[in-house]
Ligand binder design. Structure first.
Ligand code: E4P
Length: 217
């Protein structure tokens, strides 16, 4: 499973990237706002740091303007994936930009039918939003499973990018049901390393080691 980081914070991306944990990055208008940076400047910096796909989202709502914005964003670097919303206009823009050879990430997907349309429009990635479905008492993971089955039934090569990941359990479940990629905030990725039994075991080992009176170096 590929790991994308869902942030526009350079320091957080760099820390995870140094550990080899970053296969790509996703941003959105809210994350750009949170970073307080200019979209072109910060996206360029991220693309220089990370070799994998970096999603940058358009903000236009009609296809023609989305295509223009997508082309502008794609000029930033070769590893840009143009992020388009799953609307009828977004699908039109997806078809055009994909045929131009650009990577496209179709975002704000909340149903298997939407995912089917994105694959038919040539999307590189489809982003089903797990957490936001869970927020309204629907089963986000069931959506990932349905998309996996549908894409496998017909041999679509659009990659399933599990998004709106809020917990470590989301990561495990997305991996279990076969999402190709997951994108999560840096703090969720770091939490994957934590286990109370690891902490407890380490505490015991440290206490016993102190009693030996030995040193390794
Ligand atoms: C994905 O590309 C989105 O940027 C992100 O995962 C949305 O997550 P949220 O629902 O926690 O805002």
């Amino acid at each position: 499973m590929k790991f994308f980081v869902d942030t526009a914070e350079i320091d957080a991306i760099a820390e995870l990237n140094d550990l080899g944990m970053v296969d790509g990055v996703t941003t959105n208008p809210s994350l750009i706002l949170k970073s307080g940076r200019d979209i072109v400047e910060v996206t360029k910096e991220i693309c220089e740091l990370v070799t994998g796909p970096v999603s940058a989202e358009v903000v236009a709502l009609d296809a023609e303007a989305m295509i223009a914005e997508g082309r502008r964003l794609a000029e930033i670097a070769e590893n840009i994936a143009v992020k388009l919303p799953l609307t009828w206009d977004g699908l039109k823009a997806c078809k055009v930009l994909s045929e131009e050879g650009k990577m496209v990430n179709v975002t704000l997907c909340f149903s298997a039918n939407q995912a089917l349309l994105a694959a038919k429009a040539g999307a590189t990635f489809i982003s089903p939003f797990i957490g936001r479905l869970d927020d309204i008492n629907l089963d986000g993971m069931e959506l990932i499973e349905d998309i996996r089955t549908i894409y496998d039934n017909y041999g679509f090569d659009t990659q399933i990018l599990a998004a709106s990941i809020r917990s470590v359990n989301h990561v495990t479940d997305a991996a279990r049901v076969g999402a190709d990629v997951m994108t999560a905030p840096p703090e969720v990725i770091k939490k994957l390393a934590s286990h109370p039994l690891t902490d407890k075991g380490l505490e015991q080992f440290m206490a016993d080691w102190a009693k030996t009176g030995q040193q390794i170096i």
